[in-house]
Write a new protein. Structure first.
Length: 542
């Protein structure tokens, strides 16, 4: 036990810059808790709490987050919910730093810089303080990525864990579905060189198939379990009954029924309002005038959802360029320098630390004024306490990441993918594509929202940090690199996050040593003569 404090001291000593960055980030979250006791509300928050106290899956959104709330419900504390979410945000920063330093040998200042958006962005801190899905989703998805990237050749066990975490994230927010093909593509890119090198021996194929199967099965387990739960409550083996409804709202910003072939049952979904005079997409779900209300309630039902989906598909087929433009316009909105009031003033204000609590719907529940009060066994309104509230409000007003800077971070990451493909580029492709998918998928299936951008930023930051990395720890040179491998390629950083002396071949705290060449022998012979028990460096197989 005496070794534990010593290990902590060594960890802090080896990562002083990150420790200095982490301490103020913790204090900002403490201030948010003290200033807004003990939670902030968004208009969607109330449906999540209602699902949690009744333990019934929602028909409009995945209810993995309500399950998380239910697991914490015995404590009757919103403080525990938001404190755990603040901890998740901090841990995402830790994962970014640990991957950048340990696996990809990025300079300390680069690794720390990559964590700043998640540690210090005022909108990120406010999102963590909301009773909302985003922080839990970000934590689970980023943990899945970290497990997969932690070693140069992910084992089937790592693929299993990554798939399970990704599946859990999908039950929290359906955007997780957009990440599974990204993870699958990464595994293909990571293992295919080993397939080519292994040839008839088949080791590469076995590793590839084992990784894909493990990831796919593990992903399917929580998703299938959730759908079984949904079927027990609503009679349908699915996650929601809203996919078609949300896609319908997406196409209604441009859909022209005169250009579509529609059946009689689909025609009520049309509108006579010209496209250039129509409201934003989500109005076609929530506004009273939506054509969806022409069908019998409820709006989120198998019948309405199926009709809405069929209408949306026909609109996309008839107007593919208009659909592409709608997706493009919402995607590039992510890169605006300043934040606009969107989608409306009321919703935009809910993304800010405000001056008073959002009103809680007065729907009595089990003797309490609302489900929110029942969950807390008392008053569920946010208590705004100065001067703590004033401080975090001022912080959020001035300290946040502009969308244009996010775009530049993506460009840096893309440059690293292209220019450093043989080093960290292949690995950087995974977080880079995750970041892009997290802003494109909502634009393609529903509508832009600023909180989706906040969730996508940490992935882009990791990809950008990897662009500055040296040879990844444990990474072997490509066979095509030949004798041109330099000593810098196998250097690893010092300290716990740098894995000094953890099998890279160097002395503790120092760089790894390359095997010297011997007369008449190649690099492999030099390894053998030096007594190293490394596997064949010409093979990419695990």
């Amino acid at each position: 036990m005496r070794a534990v404090p010593g290990a902590i001291r060594r960890c802090l000593a080896d990562n002083k810059l990150f420790a200095l960055a982490l301490i103020p980030a913790v204090l900002l979250r403490v201030d948010a808790e003290l200033g807004y006791r003990w939670q902030s509300w968004f208009n969607d928050s109330f449906s999540y709490v209602s699902s949690a106290v009744s333990l019934t899956p929602s028909t409009s959104r995945p209810s993995g987050y309500p399950v998380y709330l239910w697991l914490l419900s015995p404590f009757h504390s919103y403080f525990l919910v938001t404190a755990s979410q603040h901890l998740m945000g901090l841990l995402v920063g830790v994962m970014i730093y640990a991957l950048a330093r340990r696996r990809f040998a990025a300079p300390a200042w680069v690794a720390v810089l990559a964590t700043l958006p998640v540690l210090y962005d005022g909108f990120e801190i406010q999102l963590e303080h909301l009773i909302m899905t985003d922080t839990l989703f970000l934590f689970l998805a980023f943990a899945a990525l970290t497990v997969l990237l932690w070693n140069p050749r992910p084992s089937w066990r790592a693929c299993l864990a990554a798939g399970l975490l990704l599946g859990l994230s999908t039950t929290v927010r359906s955007t997780g579905l957009a990440l599974i093909p990204v993870f699958g593509l990464y595994l293909l890119i990571r293992f295919l060189p080993g397939v080519a090198a292994a040839g008839a021996r088949g080791r590469g194929w076995r590793a590839l198939i084992a990784g894909l199967v493990a990831c796919g099965i593990a992903f399917a387990v929580p998703v299938a379990g959730y759908e079984a739960w949904y079927k027990s409550a609503h009679g349908q083996f699915t996650m929601t009954e809203s996919t078609g409804v949300f896609l319908y709202s997406r196409v209604m910003t441009f859909a022209d029924c005169s250009r579509m072939t529609l059946t009689a049952e689909l025609r009520p979904l049309c509108t006579t309002v010209p496209p250039d005079q129509r409201p934003i997409a989500q109005a076609y779900i929530w506004d009273a005038a939506t054509p969806l209300n022409r069908f019998p309630a409820p709006k989120f039902s198998p019948t309405v959802d199926k009709l809405a989906e069929e209408f949306a598909v026909r609109a996309v087929e008839a107007q593919p360029l208009d659909y592409a433009r709608a997706v493009w316009d919402d995607t590039v909105r992510s890169f605006d320098w300043s934040r606009q009031v969107f989608p409306n003033g009321q919703t935009y204000d809910e993304y800010l630390f405000g001056y008073h609590s959002l009103s809680i719907p007065g729907s009595p529940y089990h003797g309490y004024s609302s489900a929110e009060a029942y969950y807390a066994r008392g008053n569920a309104s946010t208590v705004v306490v100065n001067p703590f509230a004033e401080l975090i409000r001022a912080w959020q007003r001035y300290v946040w990441l502009p969308g244009t800077v996010y775009g530049l971070i993506l460009l840096i990451g893309l440059a690293g993918v292209v220019l450093r493909w043989r080093r960290a580029g292949r690995d950087a492709l995974l977080p880079w594509l995750c970041s892009v998918a997290l802003i494109v998928a909502p634009a393609a299936t529903a509508e832009f929202d600023y909180r989706y951008v906040t969730t996508a930023v940490p992935f882009a930051c990791l990809a950008a940090a990897m662009a500055f990395g040296r040879r990844a720890r444990g990474e072997q040179p490509d066979a095509s690199a030949g004798a041109g491998t330099s000593a810098d390629d196998l250097t690893v950083p010092d300290g716990p996050f740098g894995s000094s002396g953890d099998g890279a071949g160097g002395e503790a705290g120092g760089p790894a040593r390359l095997p010297r060449r011997v007369p008449g022998g190649g690099l492999r012979d030099g390894l053998a003569n030096a007594g190293h028990h490394q596997r064949d460096l010409t093979s990419d197989a695990p």
